[in-house]
Design a protein around this ligand. Structure first.
Ligand SMILES: Nc1ncnc2c1ncn2[C@@H]1O[C@H](COP(=O)(O)OP(=O)(O)OP(=O)(O)O)[C@@H](O)[C@H]1O
Length: 454
């Protein structure tokens, strides 16, 4: 190629790059230009004074309304910073190494980085994939991307339109520290469509729906199933005391729920009797539910709790004991059919079954599909994740098998699928310790000797 032509090509390239840089950085470039112009025109104290005034105005904003400052200034500024100095800087080398680029006829095709948003603990990066590329290709190299961009974890989420995906880079584990028991709410604030029992990864409250659903909590031993159960009971306590909610506790392990036995006996029912008492309780619930269904038929389709017909939460601490491990076949069959009746018909008449279980396998609990809402705490094997949360949940980032078995870090941590989105959300239940349970019992039974109750 003649020398002149090479020179011309390089000049054109440099001009294009400069134009792209100016367009991409229009805001900082404009601000610097105006400040420079002020300096040249009126002397350098002027831009310094303007800057000082801007800093003063921002400081006042922080003091007056920190939230809106973070939303409108701090987060966008941080997102810009991370776009330029983290993602754009390392975009090409990391994607090439992870195998997400394509070379065709000597030309390299690179997926484009569209936008970056910063949250308190994670960044969301909108990516335009190469034509013909699917999100799976990104899911497979999520670990490479995490290491490449210095994140602890990367999740791949659906984008705003076909061909685009959000990459969620988790910078810091917001759930690494145990969450103490939440305050007992006021009765007026308890909403059975979403009782607050912990935190989501983005810092917002984790609300568990009880009205019109049943909940399965799956987790290996020590995963913290008890904290989900007790946080739920704690959130319901004011309505229990007011007679609008009853908790019927079935406690084959005689560990977790026995702490609140006095509370359940006063504001619901309790059984830990392996010789048939627990099954009788389930059958009584199923019978009452049938009677309710008959009464409500053709009268009402939505349930509102009343003193006559309280909302009943049936808590079963270890489902598998009733449906699989119980030595007596007859009791197993009766328990299974009562549970099937309750879960298949109880939703619309004010019954909610919350079942906990250690083993998520199908052989152990074939009622699993009757629980519309499921929580996967720490699980022993990766295949169990999809068994609990549904197909594809693990591919979408529900790594319940990787939750730490150290209680401080991992107990009560889990994944849920919320109604609004197929993507699993990481959550942590608040930890209701023995003293908190005693205080709850004391609140419900002030006349009782608390040590005796617990
Ligand atoms: N949400 C939580 N936050 C912090 N620590 C917790 C939390 N939940 C439980 N723990 C700790 O983990 C331990 C085990 O929890 P828990 O007994 O609830 O597990 P589990 O899943 O019910 O186990 P198992 O099936 O063996 O009864 C508790 O003793 C407590 O120290």
């Amino acid at each position: 190629m003649p020398e002149g032509l090479v020179l011309l090509v390089n000049v054109v390239r440099a001009l294009v790059r400069t134009a792209v840089f100016l367009v991409r950085n229009i805001v900082p470039v404009s601000v610097l230009s105006v400040l420079g112009w002020l300096g040249v025109q009126f002397g350098w104290p002027v831009p310094v004074l303007v800057l000082a005034l801007v800093v003063l105005a921002l400081s006042v904003w922080v003091l007056v309304d920190r939230r809106s400052f973070v939303r409108w200034v701090a987060r966008p500024a941080r997102a810009r910073w991370r776009l330029v100095f983290v993602y754009r800087r390392d975009w090409q080398p990391v994607l090439v190494t992870a195998g997400l680029t394509k070379v065709h006829k000597g030309r390299e095709y690179l997926p484009s980085l569209v936008r970056v948003r910063c949250g308190p603990t994670s960044d969301r990066v909108l990516v335009k994939m190469l034509k013909g590329q699917a999100p799976d290709a990104w899911e497979q190299v999520a670990v490479n991307l995490a290491h490449g961009f210095g994140a602890t974890l990367v999740r791949v989420r659906d984008g705003d339109r076909p061909g685009r995906i959000w990459l969620e880079f988790v910078r810091r584990d917001a759930l690494a520290v145990p969450l103490p028991a939440l305050p007992v709410p006021d009765a007026a604030d308890v909403d059975l469509s979403g009782v607050e029992i912990g935190r989501q990864e983005d810092g917002s409250p984790w609300r568990l729906r009880l009205l019109g659903t049943h909940v399965l909590i799956a987790g290996a031993t020590g995963a913290g199933k008890g904290s989900v159960i007790w946080s739920t009971i704690r959130a319901l306590l004011p309505l229990m005391l007011g007679g609008l909610v009853e908790v019927w506790a079935i406690d084959p392990k005689r560990m977790e729920l026995s702490f609140g036995r006095a509370l359940f006996e006063r504001y619901g029912r309790y059984s830990s009797d392996p010789k048939g008492g627990m099954v009788e309780l389930l059958e009584a619930a199923a019978e009452d539910m049938n009677a309710r269904a008959e009464l409500f038929a053709g009268v009402t389709r939505s349930f509102t709790p009343s003193h006559e017909h309280p909302f009943r939460v049936i808590v079963v601490d270890e489902l598998a004991f009733l449906t699989a491990y119980c030595p007596e076949r007859d009791l197993r069959k009766r328990a299974e059919s009562a549970l099937a009746v309750l879960t298949s018909q109880g939703r619309s008449v004010g019954y909610c079954v919350i079942g906990a279980q250690q083993d998520a396998r199908k052989e152990v609990n074939n009622l699993r599909n009757l629980f519309p809402d499921r929580i996967a705490l720490r699980l022993d094997e990766d295949e169990q994740v999809d068994m609990v949360l549904g197909d594809g949940a693990r591919d979408r980032g529900a790594f319940a098998d990787q939750i730490s078995s150290i209680p401080q870090i991992g107990a009560g941590v889990g994944f849920v699928r919320l109604e609004a989105s197929p993507d699993p959300v990481r959550v942590r239940a608040a930890y209701v310790c023995d003293a908190d349970i005693r205080a709850m019992v004391a609140l419900g039974l002030p006349e009782l000797d608390i040590e005796g109750a617990a």
